[in-house]
Design a protein around this ligand. Structure first.
Ligand SMILES: CCCCC/C=C/C(=O)SCCNC(=O)CCNC(=O)[C@H](O)C(C)(C)COP(=O)(O)OP(=O)(O)OC[C@H]1O[C@@H](n2cnc3c(N)ncnc32)[C@H](O)[C@@H]1OP(=O)(O)O
Length: 260
């Protein structure tokens, strides 16, 4: 029984809706990552499901990215386990044979943006409070190569380099202009717009679409698969550095003080 991930049958045949519900901010904790992987595996094996709309149960925050508390003040074994789970989620999402449509109904930074970038299509609610992007440099950390590759595959090299160096969080209209999202719609139309796009994608025969998806994505996937362990060690080495730990602690404190 999953607590942090809700899977519902969609209103259209063959469509499931996967909802994030990990309060307060839908951060990708280890438990949440594991529940997501299990839910995605079940959906992948379900022949009746051809497409999945991915969204947050409560509008406001789509995903707050990786859980900073999993990356602060823990031991190397924990960091390694956590990073393996992050890799696993990306591999499941990016290689999914289903049509994935992200209905982005809230803030979508860093790991949240990455999850949405694995989808085949992104629709974002037109709310200026919502932003999306790989903002790692703003935290004093670096987006790993496979985060970078996923962004490059979506927006091209130049736009990705600029967005990554500056750690830009784009509001909806700008995100559309850069190509991080494919469509921006009034908030109340988000779910219907996602379902309408899903219907267009499902009109294509599955086998042809799936083989094309694999052809486009396999080189990027292979890069991580062939150096998974090295990538884990690289993450553990980097995250364990005092300077990185200090930067993350400072960022977390800033988030906590925001309220005070
Ligand atoms: C080599 C290393 C590579 C690693 C790659 C890293 C990828 C990542 O994803 S790093 C995480 C990046 N995420 C962010 O920068 C988002 C940070 N959060 C926010 O900007 C905001 O919290 C918000 C826009 C998502 C929501 O704002 P709001 O509704 O105002 O909520 P609060 O800011 O008051 O937060 C409530 C509560 O949640 C804690 N929190 C927020 N984000 C995270 C997070 N990513 N991980 C863990 N905890 C988080 C925040 O500290 C507050 O906690 P309390 O004060 O204890 O209630």
């Amino acid at each position: 029984m999953s607590h942090r991930v809700l899977v519902e049958a969609g209103p259209a045949a063959g469509v499931a809706v996967l909802k994030f519900r990990n309060p307060p901010v839908n951060a990708l904790s280890l438990e949440m990552l594991m529940e997501l992987v299990i839910s995605l595996e079940k959906l992948e094996n379900d022949k009746a499901v051809r497409g999945i709309v991915i969204t947050a149960e409560n509008p406001g925050i789509f995903l707050a990215g990786l859980d900073l508390t999993e990356m602060c003040g823990r031991n190397p074994a924990h960091y390694a386990k956590y990073w393996e789970a992050v890799q696993e989620l990306w591999l499941r999402l990016y290689q999914s044979s289903k049509v994935l449509v992200a209905a982005i109904n809230g803030a979508c930074p860093a790991g949240g943006c990455l999850a949405s970038l694995t989808c085949d299509y992104r629709v974002m609610a037109d709310n200026p409070k919502y932003t999306i992007g790989l903002n790692e440099t703003q935290l004093g950390i670096i987006a790993p190569f496979w985060f970078k590759d996923t962004l490059v595959n979506t927006v091209g090299h130049r736009a990705a380099e600029q967005a990554l160096q500056l750690g830009t969080l784009f509001p909806p209209a700008k995100a559309l202009q850069v190509g991080i999202v494919d469509q921006v719609v009034p908030e109340e139309q988000l779910q219907s717009a996602a379902l309408s796009v899903m219907a267009q994608w499902l009109a294509i025969p599955d086998h042809a679409r799936q083989l094309t998806k694999t052809m486009m994505r396999k080189p990027t996937v292979d890069q991580l698969v062939k150096q998974r362990e090295a990538d884990i060690q690289s993450f553990v080495g980097l995250i364990s550095q005092d300077s990185i730990q200090r930067a993350l602690q400072t960022y977390l404190q800033k988030l906590r003080q925001k309220k005070g």
